[in-house]
Design a protein around this ligand. Structure first.
Ligand code: ADP
Length: 499
């Protein structure tokens, strides 16, 4: 069946009917160049909106606005409690507008509406509330000194935790609203001011969030949102000399460019990058749960998850059974528009991503992997690919080494406990790992030896605002969520007083 033309849900008509401008210093403005770019519905390949195409000039204006808001605005003079209450309100407003935000996310990103509602929108609201609580709990220490060259002197020494200042935040398209929440929440809690650049593929929910941020009473200039492309607006933000810190989520390749761009003024950098996460099923696991979990680990969000369980290692005795089980789930998945309540997997986000994933499928099959489910694209408008399970995969294949960022899992057998840690760690990435077993000691042993920022045991893709998330190795620098996320936006000042 071919897709119907884009049907804009009626809840979104009013939002989409107004021009999509950028938020700078509390005003909704066009790009200085006057340029706009098209945003597509990935389920139909139809244009759904035109959005301001910000560039260096607009980034400059947004950074000046954030600087003024940080240095002189009411934001820095507010008590932490006042700040926390405003952040909490953003969570409330997200919840009050949950249906509209979920629909916007499905329209722009393609994901199933039910997922957008219970995952993206609910987690985003929770993130603001969780971070609202931290605003009042940012504390330094008192430290006793024993200065060897100053015997007998007495000092009172303490640390202050201060906001880092003006923060540039560059986010991807896989969880557009949630990634904005992960970034804005801790930056606001610590008292920073922000220039946010959403992904060009999916700018809409961030713009709606900008309206809610204003409605919550966050002062003008504290949150600025500049839409535009990575090589122009993003690069201008990462290299801006008056930005104190840049936080980036996206590909490892662009993460390395961000580091380079940041060297001019040595702004601080945190990065949440790619992954090729191992998901390990031992033969003593609850097989049915593990099979369902392995499918979910890779097919959730069309596989466009940096922590997706894309390397599936199954102990040899149950390898065939597990591959058959995951393949059966893949083959029976209902692929379609995210607005169809039956849909379990939506389209990929963009034409470019569709081409990239289908290129990997061709390469994997050419290199000798065998598709036991899927293996191709879906014959309809929009950017649909089949949920795919590749067997006979081996470590040197591109589909095993490289991040595909699509619904493609490579399944490989392993023999014993001692070899699996080496296999699991055979990657330049280290974002996440899954372990399925009934043996508690075995689970903890592998959890300890696997080089990954998050390890899920008998579950996968469990995210919570309180649980730190981030990468070992080339999966990134720093942690998001939890108490750990505050550190990204704070710096420590030591004060030493002679008594
Ligand atoms: P993908 O390749 O999956 O689209 P990217 O890492 O390219 O992921 O994109 C993530 C974010 O980084 C997006 O907001 C994008 O616009 C931005 N971006 C891309 N290239 C650059 C760059 N050179 N400098 C700064 N930001 C960039």
């Amino acid at each position: 069946s071919t897709a119907a033309p884009s049907t804009i849900p009626s809840d979104l008509e009013s939002f989409l009917s107004s021009p999509k401008r950028m938020l700078i210093n509390g005003n909704w403005v066009n790009a200085k160049s006057g340029k706009t770019f098209d945003v597509y519905d990935p389920a139909t390949d139809q244009v759904i909106a035109q959005v301001a195409e910000g560039d260096r000039e607009d980034i400059n204006a947004a950074v000046s606005s954030a600087r003024a808001a940080f240095d002189t605005g009411p934001w820095s003079k507010m008590t932490a409690s006042e700040r926390g209450r405003l952040i909490w309100k953003i969570g409330d407003l997200i919840e009050a507008n949950a249906d509209e935000l979920a629909q916007l996310e499905t329209l722009d990103n393609g994901k199933p509406l039910a997922v957008a509602k219970v995952a993206d929108v609910a987690l985003a609201a929770d993130m603001f509330r969780y971070m609202a609580g931290w605003a009042t709990k940012i504390e330094g220490n008192t430290i006793s000194l024993n200065v060897p060259y100053s015997p007998g002197s007495e000092f009172h020494a303490y640390t202050l935790k201060e906001p880092i200042g003006v923060v540039g935040q560059i986010i991807p398209w896989n969880f557009p609203l949630l990634m904005a929440a992960w970034k804005l929440g801790p930056a606001l809690a610590t008292g920073c001011t922000i220039v946010l650049k959403p992904a060009e593929q999916t700018p809409l929910s961030a713009l709606r969030l900008g309206e809610l941020v204003a409605e919550a009473g966050i002062p003008d200039g504290v949150v600025n949102i500049v839409t535009g492309f990575g090589e122009t607006a993003g690069a201008a933000l990462a290299s801006h000399d008056d930005v104190d810190k840049v936080a980036f989520t996206g590909s490892t390749e662009v993460g390395k460019l961000i580091i380079g761009a940041a060297t001019g003024n040595l702004k601080k950098v945190t990065l949440e990058l790619g992954g090729k996460s191992p998901n390990v099923i031992y033969d003593d696991a609850d097989i049915d749960t593990a099979i369902a979990g392995a499918a979910d680990a890779i097919f959730f969000n069309q596989g466009q998850v940096c922590s997706a369980g894309s390397r599936l290692y199954v102990q040899r005795g149950i390898y065939d059974e597990v591959v058959a089980g995951v393949s059966e789930i893949a083959a029976n998945m209902k692929v379609g528009s995210g607005f169809d309540p039956e849909t379990q997997m939506g389209p990929l986000v963009s034409r470019e991503q569709f081409n990239r994933v289908s290129g990997y499928l061709r390469a994997g099959l050419a290199e000798g992997a065998e598709a036991s489910a899927g293996g191709g694209t879906v014959d309809r408008n929009g950017y649909f690919v089949q949920p795919t399970v590749l067997k006979n995969a081996s470590p040197e294949m591109s589909v095993v080494r490289e991040e595909i960022f699509g619904p493609v899992v490579a399944a490989m057998p392993f023999d014993n406990d001692s070899e699996i840690a080496t296999q699991a760690n055979n990657s330049t990435y280290g974002l996440a790992a899954g372990i399925w077993t009934r043996d508690v000691s075995k689970a903890h042993r592998l959890a300890k030896s696997v080089k990954a920022g998050t390890v899920w045991v008998n579950c996968y893709s469990i995210f919570d605002a309180a649980l730190p998330f981030g990468g070992y190795k080339q999966s990134g620098w720093g942690r998001e969520m939890g108490h750990a996320a505050l550190e990204n936006y704070l710096q420590t000042k030591s004060v030493c007083v002679s008594l």
